[in-house]
Write a protein that binds this ligand. Structure first.
Ligand code: NOJ
Length: 582
């Protein structure tokens, strides 16, 4: 007996020694050995106010999402992030929260929310909540209390510069041309705001504030939320000595204005109290200034956040001059490279802070809108990282022409306009650029059909509907097998069926090619070749990988009848084709 039990005990002992010695495995974090539903997911972002209005007030609402649940399922996405719908005075369309546990009546009720999340889960779609906790609204009870007296229990929930110390050191604000400090007479002090004066920054160095944040996250996690998108996250945790910054710091304000080392301790705290406990994930808006900053936020052995998104790609194509494909490839390749072993990124080219995907990165002319949107959607779903797709891009919605400043209602556009005026900028050029890159382009009502107001509302839409809705809409594209929508559905299927597209290694091919973005994805025996012609002319390319490929090897193609000749292929305008090399 003894001789039989001994080896088992020995193995157990070995196992326990081995397990103790082994740190949690991080090598190969980006491979299948470290799978996660949020890595495999396809996320769809909804700008709620513009998605679907069900009560005729001109604003999209939670019941609008409920109405479109089957649509969401039908397009193949598996995660939904909805922009803020909590109580708010709406200075920044909900990115100024005045009650973190209440739904803004414009969007519905808590029962509507419960129904929506139930309906999403029933369809195996996860839900991601937008957590806006770098700042609150100035109408939040915390700030109302804080700004009433220095003795108020909430005073230290915010950052203050007491007036007896004189004027505060200059602080750049992203939305306020007058800078980042505002004076409050009742407390004879200035408060800090990274965005508008109505969005005072919360003091994350105060443990009570952090407890409040975890309490809010707990509330929502217990309601079934699967993930959190941490708004403006690079700005939490600040150097509270408010040092003067070197000239030109606006170019790298994150380095000076946020991501203090203390943040990592706070995030461990958050992980232990919420993320790990409720098995949810969190994605940071922003990655800091370096790859190291980004890794320090998301590497799994750190137990902090799980994913982040950088701005390098959306910082391209900010003016009507567009962008160069070489820069575009450079950005995505360098980020993939830096995250090939550890960490995880979101992959996106559009969201509620950017103009429309096809108008900035594709070609929104009648001739090429369809194929170029298909190409961009193919690209987003062929890269390593979790694709973040934005409502309307599945049908190729475009920028809306707004050449007059009077039509802009967004606080960011107004702030930029005032700053440009103040700086004596060429205002004609300014407006042309704004018309091209303004985020208001990406916030127009969803184009459901060709009926009045694109089927978005029976009332007056809060924002003008893009007049091209009679041409570009869901109803029309649903029945057309060659539409952007039909292709989008095919591509979500391809992504889901091919783990190589999620976890596989990425190798850039033809790095110097100015029109074609070619790369390979490889995971064990599986290999996929991705060829994307980012131009409106044909491009012939030669690649050894093409040798012997026939039409049976095509995984998806936005054209028909593509032929390979030896090692050459001629790609048609904005052609996007994937071949299986496995
Ligand atoms: C980032 C959000 O994405 C943006 O829409 C908002 O205006 C700012 N943070 C302020 O919350």
């Amino acid at each position: 007996m003894k001789s039989r039990t001994a080896p088992v005990a020995f193995l157990r002992m070995l196992n326990s020694v081995y397990n103790k010695k082994q740190k949690p495995s991080t090598a190969g974090e980006t491979t299948q050995s470290n799978k996660s539903w949020w890595k495999e997911g396809i996320l769809y972002q909804i700008y709620l106010q513009s998605f679907k209005d069900t009560d005729g007030d001109g604003f999209g609402d939670l019941n609008g999402v409920v109405e479109k649940l089957d649509y969401l399922k039908s397009i193949g996405i598996t995660m939904v992030w909805i922009t803020p719908f909590l109580e708010s005075p709406m200075v920044d369309n909900g990115y100024d929260v005045s009650d973190y546990k209440a739904i803004h009546p414009r969007y519905g009720t808590m029962e509507d929310f419960d129904r929506m999340i139930y309906g999403l889960h029933e369809r195996e779609i996860k839900f991601v909540l937008d957590m806006v906790v770098n700042h609150s609204s100035d109408q939040h009870k915390w700030f109302k209390g804080a700004s009433s007296s220095r003795d108020n229990e909430y005073y230290d929930y915010y950052h203050w510069w007491p007036a007896e110390k004189g004027e505060p050191p200059y602080r750049h604000s992203l939305f306020d041309p007058e800078g980042g400090w505002d004076y409050v007479e009742a407390v004879d002090a200035y408060y800090l705001h990274t965005f508008t004066g109505n969005q005072p920054d919360l003091n994350w160095e105060n443990p009570k504030v952090r407890q409040e944040v975890y309490d809010i996250m707990k509330f929502w996690a217990e309601k079934g939320v699967d993930g959190f998108r941490m708004d403006a996250f690079q700005f939490v945790s600040k150097d509270t000595t408010w040092p003067e910054f070197p000239e030109g710091h606006e170019k790298d304000y994150v380095k000076w204005y946020g991501l203090r080392p203390e943040l990592h301790g706070y995030l461990n705290e958050m992980y232990n109290k919420i993320i790990g406990k409720y098995n949810v994930f969190a994605v940071a808006e922003g990655t800091g200034s370096t790859f190291e900053d980004a890794h320090n936020l998301v590497d799994s052995d750190r137990n902090e956040l799980q994913m982040a998104y950088h701005f390098d790609a959306v910082n391209l194509s900010q003016t009507p001059k567009g962008y160069s494909l070489l820069d575009f490839k450079g950005v995505f390749s360098k980020w993939d490279n830096a995250f090939s072993e550890k960490g995880w990124l979101a992959i996106y080219l559009s969201n509620h802070d950017n103009a429309r995907l096809v108008s900035r990165f594709g070609n929104d002319s009648d001739d090429f809108r369809t194929v170029s949107t298909q190409l961009l959607n193919t690209f987003l779903m062929s890269m390593r990282g979790t694709p973040y797709l934005y409502y309307g891009d599945e049908i190729g919605m475009t920028n809306i022409d707004m050449p007059n400043i009077e039509e802009y209602t967004d606080i960011e556009a107004q702030g930029k306009y005032q700053s440009a005026l103040k700086a004596g900028a060429d205002m004609e050029e300014f407006i042309n650029t704004l018309n091209y890159n303004s985020r208001e382009n990406g916030r127009t009502p969803m184009q459901w059909d060709a009926s009045e107001n694109a089927g978005f509302t029976t009332g007056d839409p809060w924002r003008r509907v893009n007049p091209n809705y009679t041409e570009i809409n869901v109803a029309k594209q649903k029945t057309d097998p060659n539409s952007v929508l039909s292709h989008f559905k095919r591509m979500t299927e391809v992504r889901k069926k091919n783990p190589v597209l999620v976890y596989g290694d990425y190798t850039l091919l033809l790095p110097e090619h100015e029109q074609v973005y070619a790369f390979a994805r490889e995971l064990d025996e599986d290999k996929i070749l991705v060829l994307l012609n980012f131009s409106e002319s044909e491009s012939e390319i030669e690649l050894v990988e093409l040798q012997g490929l026939t039409s049976e090897k095509v995984v998806i193609d936005n054209y028909e009848g593509t032929a390979v000749e030896g090692t050459c292929i001629t790609l048609r305008p904005y052609q996007a084709i994937l071949f299986s090399l496995g």
